[in-house]
Design a binder for this molecule. Sequence first.
Ligand code: ADE
Length: 239
Amino acid sequence: MLVTILTLFPEMFPGALSHSLLGKALGKLWDLKVVNIRDFATDKHRTVDDTPYGGGAGMVMKPDVVDNALKYALSLYNDMPEIIYMTPHGKILNHSTAKEISANRAGMIFLCGRYEGIDQRVIDYWKLNYNMREISIGDYVLFGGEIPAMVVIETSLRFSAGIMNNKTSVEEESFANGLLEYPQYTRPTFWNNIAVPEVLLSGNHKEISSWRISISEQITQSIRPDLWQIYQKQHKSTK
Ligand code: ADE
């Protein structure tokens, strides 16, 4: 699967993506192509941005340059990849969006904006004609889409076959079943005079499993009442 990044700061990649399990799988289970948007500028000064019509602060990325970069990225694929524009105006990323994105075996193209944004016409055009998604990683603003793109890549690739060494952990972790994950403990049995919950030492797998479910429910209810409400509704409807 090929992941293509369109950015004005190609040196930011692979960065965090070259470490741990994703890093080990890079070049084997997935490939990364980093493209400098500036290479698609058409004038001798390699201009990628201009002042906004109507005035205001900052610079806006030019539609022709961004369109050329996107067309080039798309030409790298035989099948239609996910095309994703990272923007605080997008749909907020969650577990199910990440899973959906990872299901596209062709891969992903990420458009990372900088400055005040990108000319709206090229955004609308690619949304309409190529189903480009707009994704945000939360209700706050960063300087650009590069770190958000890394977040989407990391969480999506965790669903891809062969990247995680323990398949069950993706299915058991937080959000997979709509609940936050239960707490984990390891040796020593006593630390700072605090004991590990006794049930975990019992060897009784059935009891351990129901303890974990019950504690997951308790923490979700107290920390994330929004998730708890959805979980309760889903569980009522399946009964
Ligand atoms: N670019 C700037 N801020 C962002 C955010 N919160 N999510 C995605 N892309 C962004």
